[in-house]
Every structure is written in structure tokens, then in C-alpha cells.
Design a protein around this ligand. Sequence first.
Ligand SMILES: *[C@@H]1O[C@H](CO)[C@@H](O)[C@H](O)[C@H]1NC(C)=O
Ligand SMILES: *[C@@H]1O[C@H](CO)[C@@H](O)[C@H](O)[C@H]1NC(C)=O
Length: 985
Amino acid sequence: MSSKGSEPFIEAGVRTRRRTLKRPLLLALCATVATLSLYACNIYLASTARGAEDRVHRVPAHAKRILRQCAALRATPEPPHDFHTRAQSDRYEPGTRPTLIKNARVWTGARNGTETVKGDVLLEGGVVKGIGYIPEALLDSYDDLATIHAGGAWVTPGLVDLHSHVGLLSAPFTAGAFEVNSIHGPALPWLRSIDGFNTHDLAFELAIAGGVTSAMVLPGSGNAIGGQAFMMKLRKTKERSPTSMIVEPPHTLNGTVPDPDLPLRWRHMKQACGENLRRYGNRMDAIWAFRSAYNEARKVKQGQDDFCMKAEAGLWEDIHDQNFPENLQWEMLVDVLRGRVKIANHCYEEVDLDDIVRLTNEFGFPIASFHHASEAWLVPDVLKRTWGGTPAVAIFASNHRYKRESYRGSQFAPRVLADNEIPVVMKSDHPVLNSRYVVYEAQQAHYYGLPPHLALASVTSTPARAAGLSHRIGLLAEGTDADVVLWDSHPLHLGATPRQVWIDGIPQLGRADTALTPLPDTEPVLVGPPKNGAVFDEVPAVPNWDLERKQAVAYEGLPPLGPAQARAGKVVLRNVQEVWTRTETGLKERWSGARDADGRSGTVVLVDGAISCVGQEGWCLAGAEDADDALEIDLHGGAVGPGLMTFGSPLGLEEITQEPSTGDGALYNPYAADTPALLGDTGALVRAADALQFGTRNALTARRAGVTYATTALGETTLFGGASTLIGGLAVTFRTGAAHALQPDAIVKPVAALQVHVGRAAPWRGSLAPVSVSTQIATLRRLLLDSVSDKEETGRWFKKAADGEIPLIIGVGSADIMATLLQLKAEVEELRGGRIKMVFSGASEAHLIAEDIAKAKVGVILNPVRPFPGTWDNHRILAGPPISNETTVTALLKHKITVALGVTDAWEPVNTRFDAGWVALESSGRIDKQAQYALITGNLEKLLGLEGWLGDQGDLVVYQGGGAFNMSSKAIAIASPRHGTVELF
Ligand SMILES: *[C@@H]1O[C@H](CO)[C@@H](O)[C@H](O)[C@H]1NC(C)=O
Ligand SMILES: *[C@@H]1O[C@H](CO)[C@@H](O)[C@H](O)[C@H]1NC(C)=O
């Protein structure tokens, strides 16, 4: 009777009997299924009541289940209506103590982020129980209440990172775990990030130390549909499983039937478009991959709807040989079409955004958030045409121009998006940026013009809303999860650091043994001191960027970055707070303080780009009133300081890092093959100076942030690929503002240093065969001991390095390899009698052998400045506050090592002055202004053999609104004594 594999049908019995006897039963059955199908039941009953005498009606045994299944199709995800009154979280760990945070300033996230409450916060049962005034009687009812005295400190919800690969690309990176992209096709909605989630990632603890309590764990962007994503709490649970870290796991995850009385839970999915899909063809192929996948899903959905329409109309005959149409591969996309999925869509350019928006309208599904979205700020109207509503846009603050797709990314994008009423999310794409510092993305967004309430919301409530989870994370209100951060300053201040972080009410910081899973009954403590100074309690003041922002939009992301004018003659700077200059012997402070005893502010007179006077305004300007043509600029408490230097990135060798057509190209790797005889050099040692490009957007952007000099070497290091060669070649120092190499002093020093890289194979390195560390060291030994004729470039320059005529900069992370290098240095020096000017760059583990590095007089260029245990060579980091009191910088300075700061990527120098500012903020006052400057000028110049090269002819940077190292100021001009001009931006 029934066809193979379908539901067994039964005879419904004699018509008259059913009408008289079975009808109450059917009514009862109908009453039990969800409300929406009652209408269908009524139709069925009505039709049977009227007596369709001509047909034998057979009701399937599983009719109830089918009708329930059909009714469930209409359910939509939302929180249960009484969610905010829940007494306990589903994530509650028994034993968690109720906690009172007393006397805090609470940024709740409510009222679009504008609400601040002064008072207390009560956490109990893994839930926020109260904010503001908490009745004594309630507190008295607890016998194990833990109390924290916040002393007026800022409290926010735990941060939500909407774009992370934590647990998928887990630290330290290993060959066994690259759980992001699948090679099995462009559209794979059936894959789930949770299935590759490593619970031993070293990044969890670090992210929590930055106040991040939840992260959306997304599959990679190598597929159009990369798979399902999950919002994870970063706290390791007692159970230790990935499953137990998911916030509101959907029932589809384990195939259980959801409670029909409760609303559905949101599901999450990653989509991507653009060049990352190259493996599967071009952009046209990618969009077809989407359309064909959604077409499959549409067919399944239509089948379900048709089936249910018949079931609900009682037309069982018509479907007696069918099952409820289901397809495990396409069920996720069917849920997308039913509006039950929050899609995070990686998509950069105008063309890509337009493609996806068109797709959403063709198939009728919403996008929750566009990610990376470098050009989203240029096409707000396109975003607003997205089916189902305007998505949020999740972006980086200053990490732009790394590929063509991000070339038009802008630091002003957050503000432009906000002006267009598009929700802005700042995200990490961890480990591309370290999720720990996602609040720094919000700080930068604020610095470049995003209003403070939206900047804080961009890493809390806005991402939580975009994920459909704002009823429990990203906001603080009665009934939300007890994920709370207590900060050492207002969180939008540079260097803001959590003093305690609670996840599900469990304190995460200040445990004796950080390796242990935090126990629920841990006594909460406050870690570290609050930032010293009233200024840190308030929203930081930031510069005005209205003109720059308007220009950026007008030029579609590529505004001219050169100076607006170059002035010779006299420029008077008034209201100057501090003046530092480079001299032949080092840095010198020339003026400090806003006003003298008589209320006169500091003044600097520049004549032809050089300082002619520094002092009180009356004194400096006496007898100088005749100069009618003098330009006067009020610096509003600003500063004049030496032009900064950057080291470590390919700045100046390329326009776009990942675009080979804009760069220098591949170096010969002498380990992989003999270098061509034509080159006549066994080591293929080449000069970065020969490959320089001037006027790159990265160089000009850096210059506008005060970085007037750069030292660059070939053989770059990348996040995933490691160094491409042992011999990086000869580094060059150049001026970031020069127009071309032939301009006078465009090249400060054509050969600044010999650079090499030593390290273990990066697990995901691309084309180059890894060479053992022992082979690399053996090669260095041989080269330093004169084994190659100095008729060859390799022999010549290694001899100079061995004789100390040129610095030898070694990119190295591991302390063990550094120890070997120190031994090699001693060995070579003993045999040859010279003294090698050795510098370690990278050096994330340098603190472990600081004493020996100091003894060997080796310098260190830290890169990255805030280390991350990404590779095995770098895995033993000194994490800094709030995990350790010392930072790598303070630990090295303690031993009187010459320390400087470096960068890895060419977009980073725009933040060099903030890097130095941050280092000082984490030093408990041990790094003063002179030491701060030295980290990015004098010490770097010393290590690069540039001491005295710039002297008092070096460029000067003019900052308005504050000093060089904080976010209240911006660089507005560069004065160049050597060129006789002041360049005004
Ligand atoms: C929040 O901002 C949106 C968009 O600007 C506005 O429509 C809404 O009324 C605001 N809500 C509150 C509570 O201020
Ligand atoms: C399956 O998932 C649901 C939803 O998270 C959960 O309530 C249920 O306990 C899970 N069942 C099993 C057996 O793990």
C-alpha cells in the first residue's frame, strides 16, 4: 500500500464511525500541535464532517509528527519571552559565588550605547541580577557573597569578537591543524566550525585578558559557503568540550527536537566572495556557486512547503507515498531561506557587495553582517538594498591595503558607516589580528571619528545584535549573562586593560596557576593598578578628521596623501606643550609644559623648516612681528618631536603586499636550487635599495602619522608563512616622503644592515622547502668565518658583518635559537678577533635569556611589540598586564639592553607612535618620554648603525592637540631643516 521507504499509512476505519467516534480524538490531536497548524486541522475536520463520502480517508500513523514538523517550519528564532527573568543561566557552573561589584561606572550598552549607570552590579547564577542600586535585603540573603570594590572604575559587558578563527587556527600554529578552508568545493553549508575546534588554543587566555568573553568562530573564506559558525564563550568549561563552550547551541547540532513551546535558536553561517575563492574559479564562478547552491535549497524548501500544505489540508492521499522532504546537505541553506540563520559574509569590494546583495534579493534571505568589507563605506545605498534589512559591517580599524580588495579600506570607514546609520562592528579576524586587542580596534575607530558610544558598542552590543544574541551577551541588563569586564581606565583609552573579567559569573584573571581551568568558586581579585590620572577616567579627547574623511569619500578611498603645501620661510607654532629634538648626541627636551608661571604658552618658530626659537611666546616673538608672511598655527597643547622610524615591514618595496605585480618579486633561495651563474653569488645576497618604490600609500600613510624614516629589508616574514629565505639581504633606510630615489637624501643609507632570518619551519609555509635550524646555523657559521670569497656579494658583506662594520640583524623568535646565536657570535669573535654588531629582531622569547643577551651586547628590535604565541618559535611569550606585570620591553630594559620597536606588515607604521605610547602605559611609569622616543628613534638608529646620521638636520613632526604618544593628537606637519620647508598636511 505504501511505497517503499515512506511512512506507513493505516486505514482510518468506516466513515460513519470515524465521524462519530474518532472525531474527538482528532480534535485532541490537532489541539496538541502548534497553534499555527490548528487552522489546517480545522479544514481537515470540516471537510470530513461535511462527509467526503466518495473517498476513503487514510490518516498516517505519524500524522501528528508530520503536522508538528510542518508547524515548526513557521517558528522563528528569538529569545523566550521571559528570558530576562531567568534565575539561572544554562551555563551556570555549580559553586559559582554570587558577586557584587561595588561602586562602578557601568556602560550598559543600552540606549544605543549612551547609558551609563553609577552604582553596583550583582552577578548570581551566571546571570546579571541587578545594576545600580541593589537592595541590602537581597545582599543579606547570600551567605557566600564575594565583593569587589571597583572604586569608581569603568565596567562594561564582556567584549564580543564577531570574527574569529580562535580554536581553528590555534596557537601555536601546527601542521596538524588548519581548520578553516575545505578543498572539497565552493559551497559547503554542511560543514561546521565546531567540528575542528581545538580547546587547547593558547589564544583563549590571552583574549580573555583583553576583555573578550565571546567570539564568533567562523570557518575560513576559501569557500563561497565555508560552513556553519558558532558563538563560543572563551572560558574553558569543567567538561572541557567544544560543545559546552557554545552559546545557545542550535538543536540541529545534535539532532534533538526543539521544545515546540520555546522559540528557535539562531544558527550562524560563513559566506565569502572575491579573490579568496580563486581555487574554485573567478568571481563569476563564485556567484554561480552561490546561485546553484541556493537553488538546491529552494527546491528542498518548496518541496517541504508543498508537502506541508497538503498535510495541513488533510490531503493525506496526495502525499501517502512521500516523506517530509529533507536533505542533510542543504538543510542549512533551507534554514537560511526561512530566515533562521545569521550570515557573516566576508566581502570586500563594491562589485562583491553588489553581487551578494543581488543574490539576497534573488533568493530572499538576509545577511547579518558583511565582514572585512573594505568598500562598504563607499556603497551605503547598496547595503541598504540587502533583502531583509541592512547588515552590520565588521571591519578593521587600520589594517588596510594588504591586497587589492582592501586597497580602498579607510580608517574613516567606521564613522562614514555610522553617519549612514549602518551598524559598525570592529573585529579581529583572529589570528590575523590578536583578538586580545579588539578593544584597540574600537579605540582607533573612535580616534578617527566614530562617536564613543558607538565605538564601545562596536565590540559589545552591536556584534551581539548582529549575531541575534543581545538578550544575553554584549549588554548588561538584568537577565543577561554575567560576562563583565572591570577596566583600569575608560576602555577607549590607549592601553586600557581589564583588571578583572567574569564569564558566566566566574572570575578569570589573577589565578595563581593560569594553566588551570578557572574554578567557579575562585575569589575575585583586582589585578594591577588603575591607570594613574583623572584623564583616564573619562572618554578620551580625539582630533577632528572632518576634512580628511570628506576627502577620503570624495576620492573613493584613495585621497591624495602628499602634503597640501610645502612652505619655506617662517612658521610660528603657538600653544606648544612640549618640544623634543634629535641632536648629534641623542634626543633632547627643549620645552615642556603648557604655560609658564606668567601664563604664557610655549612657542616654536620654524624658519625654512628648522627650529629658530623655542620658548615663551613673548620671548620667541620679540622683534619678529614684522614677518607678515609668517604662518601661525595654534597647536592646542600640541608638540614638536623628531621624525619617527619604522623597521621590519616591506614598507617601500611594494604597493600592495599580496599583489605580486606591485612588489619586488621572489628572492632566490640558495637552499632550493643553485643561484644562476649570471648572478655570480652563491648566497644570492641582494640590496633592498635596488627595489625601492616611493610614494606608496603605506609609506605616505605612515608619514602622516609621524613616521618619516623607514628601514626595510627583503625576505619578509608573514603571519602564516614565516620568513621566505635565510638571507634577507641588505636593508636600506629611506625617507617615507621622498618622491623618488634620485631626490637628495631620499635614501638616508643605502646599506644599513645585513639581515638574515633563522627559525623553525612555519607549519603552513607556502612554496619553500623548510631547512633545518641546524643547517641554517651551520650556514651562518660558515659565512661569518670567511668561507665565501669576498669577490662575491655574500662573502663581502658577511665579512663586514663579522668585522662589525655593518649590523647583522637576525630575525629570530626562539630563545633557544638566540642562545645558539650568542654562542656562534662568541665563537666567531674568538676566531676572527672582530666584534659582531648583532641585533635580534622579532625576539618574542628574548626575555627568557635577557641577561645573556645583555652580556653579549646584542640589541633587540621587538616585533610584534605585543607578542603572540603564533609559532612554536614564539610560543613562550611574556604576556604583559593583566597576565604578568612585566612586558617583554620592560624585562629587556631592566637588563639595559638596547631595545627598539618593529612592525611586521607595511600598514602598521601608522600606529608606531601608539605602540610606543602603549609600551609606556604598561610600564608602571618606568618608561619616560625620552625612553619612549628612543624606542622608535634613537635606539633603532643605534642598532641600525645610523647614530648621528640624522642629527639636527632630521625631520621634525608637528602634532596638534597633544604629544606624540597619545590618541588626543594628530600629526599636522613635517618640518625638514635639510629641505628648508614645512610640509603641511
Ligand atoms: C538608536 O539609534 C537608532 C538609529 O540611529 C534610532 O532609530 C533609535 O531610535 C535609537 N534608540 C534609542 C533608544 O536611542
Ligand atoms: C542537544 O542539544 C540541545 C540544544 O543545545 C540540548 O538541550 C540537549 O541537551 C543536547 N542533547 C544531547 C544529548 O547532548
